[in-house]
Every structure is written in C-alpha cells, then in structure tokens.
Design a binder for this molecule. Structure first.
Ligand SMILES: *Cc1c(COP(=O)(O)O)cnc(C)c1O
Length: 426
C-alpha cells in the first residue's frame, strides 16, 4: 500500500514508468509473452517464478489497474474480472464448494441475488438471506457448521440500505469466516470496508469506477487480513495441497497473497472470465477522475432528493445522505463524505404516474444502467420486474411506483428543470 492520499492514488497508483518508458499505462494487447528457454516458462507454469505467459492468467495492463484499485481500497492483492458478476461468483467459489453454505444480505443487486439463490445452488452451495437490519442474535442464528462466507453490499442496489459493516464483520469473525463486501456504489472514495473489518471487497467496475458506461468489468480485492490457516479445516482449498500445481499449498507459499493467487491461478485459469486489456486501459482512465466525480454525484443526488421531497406529487424519496432517511445515521458513520449518486422515489399517482413522468423526461434518459456521468432512470415495475403484478412486486420488495434515479454530473439546475417539467406532465 502506498502512503498517498486517496486522490493521488486514483492517478498515481499501479503504474510507475521507468526511465524512457511510456508516461501512460500501455495496453498490452497480447495473448502471450515470449521466453528464451523452455525451463523459464516451465517455472511459471509451476508458480515457482512470477511472470507473464498467457493473458487468461495475467496481463501487465490488467495487473497495473488491479494494483491501483487494491491501493485505493487499502488491500493486499487484487485481480480484475470481466464483470461484476464474475467477481462475485469467483469471490465465493474460491473458498466454497458443493456441500457448503453462505450467508448473504437480502438487500443486494438482483443479479447477485440470482447468482447466490439459484445458480450456485445448482452447484451445491446453499445461501441463507438475512435482513441487513437484523439483530446480532438473528445474524448469529443464520450460521451453520458448513458456512464459508458472509456477503453484503455497502449501499445496496437498488434498495439503498446501508450495511452495518462492523456488525456483519463481527458475526463472520466469531464464526471463523470472512466478510465479503460489494463496494460498487460507495467506491473506495466514500468507503473503504477493510477499515471496518471486511476481509474481501468486490466491485462492478462497470459503474462509477469506469464512470462513462463504456466497459463492463469487475474486481476482487483481498485485505490479506483473514487468517485462513487458523480455520484450516474450513478452507482446504487454500490450506491443503493443490494437485493441479504439484501439491503446492497456497497459504504456505503465498501467505497473505494466498486468496488472490488461488483465484487467479485456479479460478481464472479454469473459468476464464478475464477483463480485456483494452477495457482495463479505459477503466484506468475512469479511475483517474473518480475522486472528482464522486463528490459531484453525491452533491447532485442530495439536491435532487431534496427537490423531489418538496414536491406535492412525490410520495417518498430514499437517499441515505438525506436527513430523515432510515439509513442516515449508518451512512454518516461509514460514509461521512457522501454515499453515492443513486436515489429512489415514488409518486402519489403510483405505477401509472411513474411511467408518465419517466416518459416525459427530456434529458434524463431511460436506460438499464446506473452510476455513470449521465443522469438516467429505470422503473423496475415496467422493466426488470415487468412480469409481476402489484401484489407480487410488493412481496419482492419492489414498490410499483419505485423509480430508480441515477443522478449524473450535469449541472444540477438542468437536472431539476427536467424533473420539474416531467412532474408537471403527471
Ligand atoms: C451492476 C452490479 C453488479 C453486477 O456487475 P456487472 O458488471 O453488471 O456484471 C454487482 N453488484 C452491484 C452492486 C452492481 O450494481
């Protein structure tokens, strides 16, 4: 970890050119790397030497960007993945297998819910979903003999619940398992979960990190703080010989780097969801301005939330940074400088009014995305959850009138003008 402040890390971490080398991180658009003799390459295959030989395992552009994200989070090691979904999949599969169990906050991204509730279940891993606002006793009761990890989102997409990271970390550690936090919405600019006890952080870099809606991508960062050897029986994949590397033991050989080395040399080797070096290059450009964009997203979101709250036709507004929000106190604790640019709101006219308002927006676009420079909206009842009737929607925790509003970094007056004229049409 460098001693730089977070703003400097956004720009300087991960890549330091030597004399005469390119000032800007180069795109190593090459699948392979050349060696003078076959013995050198053999040592790389055995993980006896470190170096590049095939981009599915490692690539210098990707490694530099992963190292920057690692430094920003205050972690020990990190890797990029092709998407946030791949990051959340590998983060679990790296330490759990058929017969195991995980605990997940029920307020998570829909894709993550499907992945943990259905897809990994077919692979033999069961998930228990807990209310993020549960008591420590309720959380404690969700653990089983075979529980291998606890998972949550710093700020849930789209529920906007704020995770009590310390409460979840304490429970996980009491049961000898790591806490994995998806830090996509907060970004390391606003929250660094390792400082509150989380062990592993994941990201959909597709969102604020990229910031321009240009590349789908993900990242996994390990704090290096979880002692796998202390609970060796629970994590045999890390603490017993890997026959695919001539009996190497990850914790013995790589110490604090065991988790990410295994995820790279085993998960990525076999499952192959790599980020392309071209996309990593674009992600890096996004990261260079993350510290400038996040405060503006937060400032605009709070102003938009306050405007909406003052409107006669608006029934309710969720924004964790707004005084009176259910998660205001937790947000102040974990994210004193701001939360994110995403807010949700509902109209008194319900589902029909929501559709009418969205269709009347001129600048703010209807898109299936969040967390980029442009303001956009999505109406789950008409889009992601459109097959459900109002009763089913409520059971799924989605109010029929809920509009998810990702506030961009345009001038706030233009954003509010657009909201105003669209509300008038309702
Ligand atoms: C979008 C998102 C994901 C999935 O990421 P992709 O890059 O779309 O695969 C995971 N977690 C959160 C919190 C997200 O917002």
């Amino acid at each position: 970890m460098s001693d730089y402040r977070i703003e400097t890390k956004c720009i300087q971490s991960g890549y330091t050119p030597k004399n005469g080398e390119p000032r800007v991180l180069p795109i190593y658009q090459s699948t392979t790397f050349k060696y003078d003799d076959s013995d050198q390459m053999g040592k790389l295959f055995d993980l006896e030497a470190s170096g590049y030989f095939y981009t599915r395992l490692q690539n210098p552009t990707n490694d530099a960007v992963a190292a920057k994200i690692c430094d920003m989070e205050g972690g020990y090691a990190a890797m990029l993945t092709s998407s946030g979904q791949a990051a959340n999949f590998y983060a679990i599969m790296n330490i759990a297998e058929a017969g195991d169990h995980i605990i997940c906050s029920s307020a998570v991204y829909g894709g993550t819910y499907n992945l943990y509730a259905h897809t990994i279940r077919k692979m033999g891993i069961q998930a228990t979903f807990v209310d993020p606002d549960c008591t420590p006793e309720e959380l404690d009761a969700a653990f089983r003999e075979n529980t291998k990890a606890v998972v949550g989102e710093t700020i849930a997409n789209p529920a906007l619940t704020v995770l009590d990271i310390e409460k979840f970390a304490k429970a996980a550690h009491a049961h000898g398992v790591p806490l994995i936090v998806d830090n996509t919405f907060a970004t390391p600019i606003n929250c660094r979960p390792f400082e509150w006890g989380a062990d592993i952080v994941t990201h959909s870099t597709t969102k604020y990190m990229d910031g321009h809606a240009s590349c789908v991508g993900g990242a996994i960062v390990d704090s290096g703080n979880f002692d796998w050897t202390k609970y060796a029986d629970k994590f045999p994949g890390l603490t017993t010989p890997d026959e695919t590397y001539h009996g190497l033991v990850y914790t013995e050989r790589f110490g604090k780097g065991a988790y990410i080395t295994k995820a790279t040399s085993q998960m990525m080797r076999d499952l192959g969801s790599i980020q392309s070096p071209q996309n990593a290059f674009l992600l890096n450009i996004g990261l260079e301005t993350l510290h400038l964009r996040m405060p503006r997203h937060c400032e605009n979101a709070l102003k938009a939330a306050e405007f909406l709250k003052s409107q006669e036709k608006v029934a309710w507004v969720n924004c964790p940074s707004m005084e009176g929000d259910k998660y205001y106190d937790l947000a102040k604790k974990y994210m004193p400088n701001g939360t994110c640019g995403v807010i949700t709101f509902g109209l008194k006219g319900g589902r029909d009014a929501a559709v009418k308002m969205m269709d009347s927006l001129k600048m703010i676009a209807i898109v299936t995305h969040v967390a980029d420079a442009r303001s956009c909206v999505l109406h789950p009842a008409s889009h992601t959850h459109r097959q459900m009737n109002d009763k089913e929607l409520l059971e799924a925790g989605v109010q029929p009138d809920l509009i998810r509003f990702s506030v961009g970094i345009e001038n706030i007056d233009d954003i509010i003008d657009d909201l105003k004229q669209a509300l008038e049409a309702v």
